[in-house]
Design a protein around this ligand. Structure first.
Ligand code: HEC
Ligand code: HEC
Ligand code: HEC
Ligand code: HEC
Length: 407
């Protein structure tokens, strides 16, 4: 046996990977309830669900064993197998060779992110609409680097499910799949994908409103509260006096990293363009689409900028320290951005640990704090934002970053 890979990928995927059950999920009571809202009799065969809950394969065709019940199987992420399966299982596992044989470059953070977000954010043709959320579908909650390793877990809040090991041999063959750079690439690609949907669909009116999924949930789903406890206003949906805020779940870490580590002038321009897009909501749908296009171009420049960067351990610690500082100073109040920032923090901490750049004790303490933050995970309860913020600052404190790493 001279194969560099473990060859237990199938068993891990079958037993632990949520994608293996993606089609079976469509048989569930929950799925039927969602579907009935749209008069869909059987979600297991509906186009409205299958695009994201099964494997769709390009021109190379399916491997012989293809079965829709396998949900999202190897080919959905690795590409059509007919071309590369031979090279792969012969044990001649050369990454570059597989890629040129048609295997999708999952190890490359940008390509990987583009592949994941096609389902986890959606496309202009297919995304989770507010109507689907109101019918019971979860709102997307995703961070490419974090979710490459971790899935939600009821006991421990999140747990590792990866079917690959990153060892020295892996790192010789492939790009580094973790760390701050991969994280940022994932965040940028994810936001760009969301903006691409806005750019193309915002002016499609639903009654008097654009698609509600484009907005920050708490603009409308509002529970007033103060330090004395919750004061719930009405049934949880407040009357709309002004147009709601556009969703901006993952601007925080991108802004922060661009400003602290990459390109200050570009970070400012992105900030200005985002503000312009927010203002455009009060002008016209066309103005929003145009402003979204401008942010997309700037994000693409940032992505190209990043190509030349390598972040050191000190850079990553500096960013974590600054992230905690700004969180403590109240720069991260909303629930969705706070959850995204928690995923990002967990990802950086995980990447440091994988490179032996922090000790096991520091890693355990930091991840325990982060896991507590997700214990009351409820997307529509904005109060949990405080819990997330506390988890972020406590985990960074647990790392005991020495003074030089701070500003
Ligand atoms: C073909 C669409 C598709 C692609 C591509 C895809 N996913 Fe998923 N993913 C899903 C669906 C659908 C589910 C829900 C499965 C279920 O629970 O039935 C899911 C679930 C998950 C979960 C568990 C989330 C939860 O809250 O339970 C994680 C983690 C995840 N995906 C990570 C990834 C990553 C990382 C990538 C890219 C490497 C990726 N996915 C690519 C469709 C996709
Ligand atoms: C744009 C892609 C997309 C479409 C279209 C889609 N889903 Fe999903 N679905 C997902 C993703 C991604 C998840 C994982 C949720 C998360 O982020 O945690 C998921 C999760 C679910 C879950 C929860 C699974 C669990 O384990 O809790 C159900 C049920 C579900 N989808 C049903 C449906 C039904 C029914 C349809 C069709 C009406 C549908 N979905 C269409 C992407 C999609
Ligand atoms: C949700 C997307 C997804 C699915 C489904 C998936 N993989 Fe992967 N796979 C990845 C990612 C991401 C990596 C890590 C990046 C890389 O090494 O390419 C990976 C890595 C691998 C590796 C490389 C390990 C190494 O040491 O180089 C093998 C082999 C592999 N997967 C096989 C499979 C098989 C077999 C299946 C189906 C049973 C499968 N994968 C299903 C996303 C996926
Ligand atoms: C512009 C205001 C607005 C925004 C923004 C908005 N919603 Fe709603 N939402 C409503 C209204 C009004 C209803 C009740 C009517 C309906 O079902 O569409 C509702 C209903 C719901 C329901 C059904 C259960 C309930 O509480 O009534 C869910 C779940 C939901 N929204 C989730 C979300 C999520 C998640 C987001 C953020 C991605 C979001 N909404 C953004 C206005 C909004």
């Amino acid at each position: 046996m001279n194969s560099a890979v473990n060859q237990n990928e199938y068993v891990i995927w079958r037993d632990r990977d949520p994608h293996a059950r993606a089609w079976r999920t469509l048989q569930s009571e929950d799925a039927r309830n969602i579907a009935s809202y749209f008069d869909i009799e059987d979600p297991t065969s509906s186009e409205k669900c299958l695009g994201c809950h099964t494997t769709e394969v390009g021109p190379g065709g399916h491997e012989a064993a293809f079965d829709i019940r396998n949900g999202i199987s190897c080919e959905a992420c690795h590409g059509a197998a007919s071309e590369w399966l031979g090279v792969h299982s012969a044990g001649l596992y050369f990454y570059a060779k597989n890629i040129s044989a048609g295997m999708f470059p999952t190890a490359d953070p940008e390509s990987r992110a583009e592949m994941c977000v096609a389902c986890h954010v959606g496309t202009p043709e297919s995304y989770i609409t507010h109507e689907m959320m109101a019918a019971g579908h979860r709102a997307p909650s995703f961070q490419m680097n974090f979710h490459t390793w971790f899935k939600p877990d009821s006991v421990d809040t999140y747990t590792d499910y990866a079917h690959f090991d990153i060892d020295d041999d892996y790192l010789q063959r492939k790009p580094v799949p973790f760390g701050l750079k991969a994280l940022l690439v994932g965040e940028i690609v994810q936001w760009r994908q969301f903006l691409t949907i806005i750019e193309s669909e915002y002016s499609e009116m639903h009654g008097i409103f654009p698609e509600l999924a484009f907005f920050d949930c708490y603009s409308c789903h509002f529970q007033a509260y103060d330090a004395g406890g919750p004061v719930v206003a009405g049934p949880g949906v407040r009357a709309m006096s002004a147009l709601p805020l556009l969703a901006h779940h993952n601007y925080f870490v991108i802004d922060l990293s661009a400003e602290v580590l990459v390109d200050v002038p570009l970070a400012r321009r992105i900030g200005e363009a985002r503000e312009k897009m927010r203002q455009a909501v009060f002008r016209s749908p066309e103005a929003v689409e145009q402003a979204a296009g401008e942010v997309i171009l700037l994000l693409t420049s940032l992505l190209r900028d990043l190509e030349g960067y390598r972040f050191s351990r000190e850079d990553e610690l500096r960013l974590l320290a600054e992230l905690a500082r700004q969180t403590e100073a109240g720069g991260l109040v909303d629930y969705m951005p706070a959850k995204q920032a928690l995923y990002a923090t967990a990802s950086i901490v995980d990447g440091l640990w994988r490179r032996d750049a922090i000790s096991q004790e520091h890693y355990d303490a930091a991840s325990n704090a982060l896991k507590k933050g997700l214990q009351d995970d409820d997307d529509l309860d904005a109060r949990n934002s405080v819990v997330l913020q506390r988890a972020i600052t406590q985990s960074v404190q647990a790392l005991e970053i020495d003074a030089e790493a701070r500003f």
